[in-house]
Design a protein around this ligand. Structure first.
Ligand SMILES: NC(=O)c1ccc[n+]([C@@H]2O[C@H](COP(=O)([O-])OP(=O)(O)OC[C@H]3O[C@@H](n4cnc5c(N)ncnc54)[C@H](OP(=O)(O)O)[C@@H]3O)[C@@H](O)[C@H]2O)c1
Length: 250
């Protein structure tokens, strides 16, 4: 039986990815900053472990407790929407600490066992915002584009050990708590700088419009499944109709 380890399973994509793999008879290590029982169906193939991807000791403990893993899914992430001028450097650093360095640190921690077994797959969840520049997303996009770049380079060195790395690029998914959590962070940091009011209004008005093409958590779980189970899966896998529309040839 194969084992998948997933970061950020308390909600949204991570929770759905865990469910999806459990339904397909995989052994699932669902990690969360604050473990909660009852959000996933009980199963003797499910283990819930505490993990904060910004904390080196937490990473070491989770990897030790996990034991052999076949697929690592780096899904944990935080959002932010603001002008660069309205983005305190502390927030920019937090975005990179979680989205970028947290992903790197998890990969560093899992690689020794993958390399020794010459078997293992890494799936990094980034975002379709890296495919098309969007207003007020410079800092968040940078944190995800950095993951795209390092994953594509990393894949070259991993291939020498028969290991694979993939990127899953979800589009906008209003069904997760991502935007609400980001909104709380933006308000907590003082909101948007006044000179950017018109831009902010335009972006907010755009969000209010009904979208025919959005992404669901199921789209993301299916894309991660493809990366995990299809040896010929492409390096970049868009997830969701909007992300697919931005990915020529996908
Ligand atoms: N929703 C979208 O529109 C969208 C689009 C493209 C890409 N994405 C990306 O998809 C991923 C999942 O997002 P989502 O939409 O499912 O949002 P979500 O519901 O807010 O889930 C984010 C998850 O990341 C976890 N997390 C945050 N900081 C963490 C840390 N330091 N260590 C471990 N876990 C941490 C959260 O845990 P807590 O409960 O402890 O906070 C939560 O489980 C993120 O990487 C996000 O950037 C989202």
């Amino acid at each position: 039986m194969k084992t998948v380890m997933i970061t950020g399973c308390s909600s949204g994509f991570g929770l759905e990815i865990a469910r999806y793999f459990l339904d397909r008879d995989w052994s699932v290590i669902a990690t969360m900053r604050t473990p909660r029982d009852g959000i996933l169906p009980p199963s003797d193939r499910l283990r819930i472990l505490p993990l904060d991807v910004t904390d080196a000791a937490s990473i070491a403990a989770a990897i030790e407790a996990a034991g052999p893993v076949d697929v690592l899914v780096n899904n944990a992430g935080i959002g932010w929407l603001n002008a660069l001028e309205g983005t305190p450097m502390q927030v920019a650093r937090e975005l990179f600490e979680t989205n970028t360095f947290g992903t790197m640190a998890m990969i560093q921690a899992i690689l020794p066992q993958f390399r020794q077994r010459r078997s293992g797959i890494i799936v990094n969840v980034t975002s379709s915002v890296t495919l098309k520049p969007l207003l007020l997303l410079s800092a968040y996009t940078a944190s995800k584009a950095a993951v795209n770049a390092f994953t594509e380079s990393l894949a070259l060195e991993l291939a020498a050990f028969d290991l694979r790395a993939h990127l899953v690029l979800p589009g906008r998914a209003p069904d997760t708590s991502f935007a609400t959590t980001a909104r709380g962070r933006i308000t907590g940091e003082g909101g948007f700088p006044e000179p950017y009011d018109d831009l902010v209004q335009a972006v907010m008005a755009r969000f209010q419009q009904p979208d025919d093409a959005i992404t669901t958590s199921l789209d993301v779980a299916e894309a991660v499944w493809r990366a995990a189970t299809d040896a010929n899966a492409p390096m970049r896998i868009p997830a969701g109709a909007d992300a697919v529309a931005l990915s020529p040839g996908a």
